[in-house]
Design a protein around this ligand. Structure first.
Ligand code: BG6
Length: 474
């Protein structure tokens, strides 16, 4: 659809950017923090692990000042569960509580609204040792953790996100949930863990509304519209299947409190229905209502029909091309350019995804991740000043903001935009050298150098975008 003129971004649009605790903070075992699952596992091959990361724990004042210089109206960060509750439940680490209290105050000093992710891939190792999300007690522990955050920070934090990318944790269960996906009965086990997370989310949303009537809370999955490879009806069915499994399962549950019928039938067909849905669970799901939908968007996915003869499996990362025999088969899409790390780039797909999500759920949307990972290079200009030229990142973000602007003109209600990431940080499995930030952090994979902060070209560009409320993208 073409528009003669575009509707403006809302006046109070939340421009900002995102990080997550284990990827940015460092101080992994300092000041009373307990280990999370990320601290106890072997670092991904060729990477250095999360001990120091971008050292934001020790440098948050400098980082927040730089965000303020860019004009941020929000900063999305996550709270490390094991920093507040080192054993996952019980004993409170007051030093950890103080750290986030200071970070929140620092943001508010510059009128930057904290947008807090309650859980981002870093379950306390102590809970993992007791069965992690397979253990229903983890739902209660999450509620205890939620209550603690609402009590200590609810006077200052207005925006909360429940669980980051639950759908990616479930689809990549071997990587983040530590489940052997080739073992018999694995699918059932995975979707039982998934049910516990959905329940934990519903209970946390309800508690938030009871304790903090002014606050707003929503889910934060990774949503990517799934395209059919061709116009063959069988490919369209496959796209509907994978859309349901990858996207709608999570949003249907968060918004309507119902299990998506396509996913339910698929689970039933392989004897993998979760057996841990107890009396009362579905009523809790139905009663919990989000105030908005947050989602992370990097690209779309494309699938073809599977006749059931292919071998189940997938390729590498979150852009994994899953093969689910008899259900859908991921395929590359020839229309897209790719990042240095092989991720497809589909800005128009961003508009498509926004339109689809809004038409299905009619809730305001905030984008909590979007961005491009690259090997940025620190250089010196003629005067000897540090510079980082990242035109590829500017191009990526510009194209996505243009499409978001079109989506607003299509009638999609947008609340904010937080690309990944505010500061360079450690990628989930490709180390520090895969950088996403507006702010460069001077370290290499294994050599920590001086960790000094440098404004990239995208920093100066984003500052103009925010100052013009999305009108000036030059
Ligand atoms: C999202 C995660 O999946 O994508 C982030 O929420 C992650 O934690 C980001 O860093 C980019 O992925 P990656 O694998 O390049 O770090």
């Amino acid at each position: 659809m073409l528009h003669k003129s575009l509707k403006p971004f809302p006046k109070d649009f939340l421009w900002g950017a995102s990080t997550s605790a284990y990827q940015v903070e460092g101080a992994a075992l300092e000041h009373g923090k307990g280990p999370s699952v990320q601290d106890v596992k072997e670092p991904p091959a060729g990477t250095s692990g999360f001990e120091v990361a971008a050292d934001q724990y020790h440098r948050f004042k400098e980082d927040v000042a730089l965000m303020a210089e860019m004009g941020f109206r929000t900063y999305r960060f996550s709270i490390s569960w094991a920093r507040l509750l080192p054993d996952g439940t019980g004993r409170v680490n007051e030093e950890g509580v103080q750290y986030y209290s200071d970070l929140i105050d620092e943001c508010l000093k510059y009128d930057i609204q904290p947008l807090v992710t309650m859980y981002h891939f870093d379950l306390p190792a102590a809970l993992d040792a007791q069965g992690g999300w397979g253990n229903r007690a983890t739902v209660d522990a999450f509620l205890e953790f939620s209550r603690l955050m609402f009590e200590r920070y609810g006077d200052r934090v207005k925006y909360w996100l429940t669980i980051n990318e639950q759908n990616m944790m479930t689809l990549a269960a071997e990587a983040i949930l530590g489940i052997d996906t080739s073992a018999p009965g694995a699918t059932k086990l995975i979707y039982e863990q998934n049910h516990h997370m959905l329940l934990a989310q519903a209970k946390a949303m309800k508690l938030c509304h009871e304790m903090l009537p002014e606050a707003k809370i929503g889910p934060a999955p990774n949503i990517a519209l799934v395209y059919p490879e061709t116009d063959k009806p069988e490919d369209i069915l496959a796209a509907q299947n994978f859309n349901a499994l990858r996207n709608w399962l999570y949003l249907d549950m968060a918004v309507y409190g119902i299990y998506n019928n396509i996913v339910w039938s698929w689970l039933e067909g392989q004897d993998a229905l979760p057996q841990n849905i107890l009396d009362g669970d579905m009523e809790i799901m139905a009663a919990a209502k989000p105030d908005f939908i947050a989602f992370n968007y990097y690209s779309t996915a494309t699938v073809a029909a599977s006749d059931g003869t292919e071998k189940a499996g997938h390729t590498g990362d979150q852009q994994r091309q899953l093969v689910i025999p008899g259900f859908a088969k991921g395929v590359p899409n020839p229309h897209f350019q790719k990042t240095e790390f092989g991720w497809e780039i589909d800005p128009v797909g961003f508009r498509n995804t926004l339109r689809e999500v809004y038409s299905r759920y009619h809730l305001p949307i905030i984008i909590t991740e979007n961005g491009l990972g690259a090997y940025d290079k620190l250089e010196q200009d003629e005067a000897g000043n540090d510079v980082v030229h990242d035109p590829y990142r500017i191009d990526y973000l510009r194209a996505h903001i243009e499409q978001m602007h079109l989506a607003i003109s299509d009638g999609v209600r947008m609340m904010g935009y937080c690309p990944w990431s505010a500061v360079d940080l450690i990628s989930t499995h490709e180390g520090f050298v895969k950088r996403y930030g507006f702010i460069f952090v001077n370290r290499e994979e294994f050599d920590l150098l001086d960790l000094r902060r440098v404004r990239k070209d995208s920093f100066h560009w984003y500052k103009k975008v925010i100052a013009s409320n999305g009108e000036n993208l030059d």
